[in-house]
Design a protein around this ligand. Structure first.
Ligand SMILES: NC(=O)c1ccc[n+]([C@@H]2O[C@H](COP(=O)([O-])OP(=O)(O)OC[C@H]3O[C@@H](n4cnc5c(N)ncnc54)[C@H](O)[C@@H]3O)[C@@H](O)[C@H]2O)c1
Ligand SMILES: CC(C)C[C@H](N)C(=O)O
Length: 367
């Protein structure tokens, strides 16, 4: 990969490689764009096949956070970290302390939180070394695990998508096929069950499936069968890239609305499902509940205020549908337009010089 060429193509600001021999830390921090504010994005820990795969993931995810934060109306830019390693075996206290010091060195340009492979406990360790971490334990006055907030946002966005597809936002009696019933989808299933939706679930983790069957009366299917089940809504809540040439012909759902990041394998798959008349709630708009929740910590966490903002994911999804209709484009492109328009407007209005600009983080320090 020609790094500078790639960074130039998608307009990345910064890429950092962090190494600590004692603890085994190998981290890559990617900062995509800080026009709207400091870059906020989680830390993923994963066993990457190669360093190149890790770099690519960090870059791709960081850019996703720029769009997610912009579309959610947050005054935050986009960044992400990947730590190379097995989250079940390679974690240690020194590793997250060393990582925290690297973040502190960025002096607020990047703020972290949880992502796949990292937990509230890891964030608490990072917090020993830096202020620039969110999603830490409620005992520190923080918001804790972002997954329930993400699930609530997905539930709200799914209702908006149902309204678009079926003329009513009620999910009562709707059949929802959920791929992966992990941290986010467990809470999503609870909301759906409470509203009277019928659930079909799958997961490679049998215990997770069993819990959904017992608690929510879900029907279980094998992982490969989830795409083709008879359902109204498909909710991808496990992996990226699952809307692709192999899965699209199997889909029976009228709506795709789930928490997974980067659901479209390639942009053209967004065009194909649009032509098929499937209502797609773009991933980074519908799954922004977690980042909205942790971002509220920067103002001194207030759960009620955060939940109100997460509820608005319904309106954000409606805005995307409206742009798609206005411009005659698929919803994934409409979401990009929503984010890009906001970033561009703010970029232009920032041209005026200010000696000591007021900043989201100055509020946090003063609290
Ligand atoms: N946690 C959050 O707040 C948050 C926020 C935004 C986006 N997301 C995205 O949502 C998705 C789920 O996040 P999570 O925190 O619930 O993760 P998780 O790891 O708790 O849950 C994912 C589940 O998917 C299952 N799974 C993995 N491969 C599968 C396969 N091939 N078929 C079926 N199931 C499979 C796993 O066993 C696991 O139970 C991820 O893509 C994540 O990036 C999460
Ligand atoms: C900041 C975190 C809560 C971000 C979350 N992992 C996401 O992908 O949105």
């Amino acid at each position: 990969m020609e790094l500078f060429k790639y960074m130039e193509k998608y307009d990345y600001e910064q890429l950092l490689f962090c190494q600590d021999k004692e603890s085994g830390l190998k981290a890559i921090i990617a900062i995509h764009d800080t026009t709207l504010g400091p870059a906020l994005g989680g830390t993923r820990m994963w066993m990457y096949e190669s360093e190149e795969a890790a770099i690519e993931d960090a870059l791709r995810l960081a850019r996703g956070m720029t769009y997610k934060n912009a579309a959610a109306g947050l005054n935050l830019g986009g960044g992400k970290t990947v730590i190379i390693g097995d989250p079940r075996k390679d974690k240690n206290e020194a590793m997250f302390r060393a990582f925290g010091r690297f973040i502190q060195g960025l002096n607020g340009r990047y703020i972290t939180a949880e992502d796949v492979g990292t937990t509230v406990e890891d964030m608490d360790i990072i917090y020993q070394e830096t202020d620039y971490v969110t999603g830490i334990s409620p005992e520190f006055g923080s918001s804790g695990n972002p997954s329930p907030a993400t699930a609530y946002g997905v539930y709200r966005g799914m209702k908006a998508a149902a309204k678009e597809a079926f003329g009513s936002d009620s999910l009562e009696g709707k059949v929802v096929a959920v791929q992966g019933v992990g941290n986010v989808a467990y809470h999503l299933c609870r909301h759906l069950h409470e509203e009277g939706a019928q659930l079909i679930v799958t997961d490679i983790n049998k215990e997770a499936v069993q819990r959904a069957v017992e608690e929510f009366g879900a029907k279980a299917v094998d992982p490969n069968d989830i795409y083709g089940v008879d359902c109204d809504i498909f909710a991808p809540c496990a992996l990226g890239g699952i809307i692709n040439d192999q899965t699209i012909p199997q889909l029976k759902a009228k709506v795709i609305a789930g928490s997974a990041n980067n659901q479209l394998k390639e942009a053209r798959h967004g065009d194909i499902i649009h032509e098929m008349g499937i209502v797609y709630a773009p991933d980074y708009v519908i799954n922004a509940g977690g980042v909205i929740n942790v971002a509220d910590e920067l103002y001194g966490y207030n759960r009620e205020r955060a939940m109100k903002k997460i509820e608005q994911i319904y309106d954000n999804i409606e805005k995307v549908f409206a742009i798609a209709k206005r411009d005659g484009i698929p919803t994934y492109k409409a979401a990009d337009r929503l984010a890009e328009e906001r970033i561009e407007t703010m970029r232009k209005s920032r041209s005026q010089f200010l000696q000591n600009g007021h900043h989201i983080l100055s509020r946090r320090r003063g609290r």
